[in-house]
Design a protein around this ligand. Structure first.
Ligand SMILES: Nc1nc2c(ncn2[C@@H]2O[C@H](COP(=O)(O)OP(=O)(O)OP(=O)(O)O)[C@@H](O)[C@H]2O)c(=O)[nH]1
Length: 337
């Protein structure tokens, strides 16, 4: 498979909304365009033009989504086009437009945020009622309104449920189940994002690698459950003594990474001094104090995630060698070269 094809496959697999937009782009070409040609062949140029405009807009919006990545905007364009197109077809061809409105009502809840899809659904249902001569009787009109409302309601419930499950999956995929800190996978992604953002707008970005001292002894002496409890309390302590914008990750075992934005060497030293003090004061195992060592590194220009982490790790190693319960700051790569 060519790199382009595998990239397309990857994006379609990992982005549900882009997948739906793509399906619509294909519908624009494969399903609506033939109708447009049929209308022209039947001599109904107006209906043919409406179908052609809808097909082009939907397919254009799908291409726009692929090229720019602006899915919300593309989804909204397709949603509005679906609704207005259905109502216009109803105006020109009668009931046929109503059938398309059902598709639009259903699809819009997957194309755009469900809170935006609700008013659009109501707008579509109301507009569909205003088309003169589209209904043969009051009963038929009532049936159409009821079934359209039900379709919108079920689509809303399904989209709502999907959004909840999506959020749950995201949490499961990014959170360490024991401590609730973000996991290593999330760390790798967020460090990459922070590095990319820093290349565009450089500012001081610090990484603090924290490691509980002699943690093996805690497990050995007091049992694994006590070790787990210490890890949970350690994370809770860090989270309650750092800023909301500071990001904590479990790097593995008893090692944690704290990503500190807009923080220089003096700032890292202050953060660590505070954490060290609160660990001394509040983290005890059967009255024995627990201590923590740390290695810190400030991101150097052009530095990779791996190199940045390696410098913090080397600094942590030095902190351990120097007697633990302390912070070591990594020299910049230029200084150590
Ligand atoms: N209870 C518990 N223990 C863990 C977990 N993950 C790793 N460990 C233990 O953490 C210990 C880490 O031991 P070491 O790497 O020797 O580190 P240390 O004893 O803290 O020694 P220093 O880092 O040199 O101070 C090992 O005994 C692991 O089994 C966990 O999720 N829960």
């Amino acid at each position: 498979m060519t790199p382009l094809l595998s990239r397309i496959r990857f994006r379609l697999r990992n982005d549900f909304q882009l997948g739906i937009i793509t399906v619509f782009g294909a519908i624009g070409v494969l399903a609506i365009l033939p109708f447009s040609l049929l209308r022209f062949a039947q001599g109904n140029a107006l209906a043919g033009s409406v179908d052609l405009a809808v097909a082009c807009t939907i397919t254009g919006a799908a291409l726009y989504a692929w090229i720019t990545g602006k899915l919300e905007r593309a989804g909204l364009l397709i949603s509005v086009c679906n609704l207005l197109g259905s109502v216009l077809v109803e105006l020109l061809l009668g009931k046929t437009g109503l059938y398309w409105l059902y598709v639009a009502l259903l699809a819009n809840f997957f194309l755009i945020n469900r809170r935006a899809a609700v008013p659009l659904a109501f707008l579509g249902i109301v507009l569909a009622q205003m088309v003169p001569g589209a209904f043969e009787s009051a009963v038929q009109r009532a049936s159409v309104i009821t079934t359209q409302l039900l379709v919108a309601l079920f689509a809303y419930l399904f989209a709502h449920r999907t959004a909840i499950q999506h959020a749950m999956l995201e949490t499961l995929a990014s959170q360490d189940p024991l401590t609730g800190a973000r996991n290593r996978r999330a760390m790798e992604q967020e460090l990459a994002v922070a590095i990319a953002a820093n290349q565009r707008r450089p500012r001081s970005l610090a990484l603090l690698l924290l490691d509980l001292d002699h943690f093996k002894q805690i497990n050995d002496r007091y049992g694994h459950d006590m070790g787990d409890q210490v890890l949970r309390r350690f994370v809770a302590l860090i989270q309650s003594h750092t800023r909301a914008c500071d990001r904590l990750f479990r790097y593995g075992g008893e090692e944690f990474v704290l990503l500190l934005e807009n923080t220089d060497a003096a700032g890292v030293a202050t953060v660590f001094a505070n954490l060290r003090a609160c660990v001394h004061a509040e983290l005890r195992v059967q009255n024995a104090p627990v201590t923590v060592s740390a290695g810190a590194a400030l991101l150097a220009p052009g530095e990779s995630r791996e190199a940045w982490l390696a410098r913090a790790d080397a600094a942590l190693y030095r902190a351990k060698q120097a007697g633990r319960d302390r912070l070591e700051l990594a020299p910049s790569p230029a200084a150590s070269a």
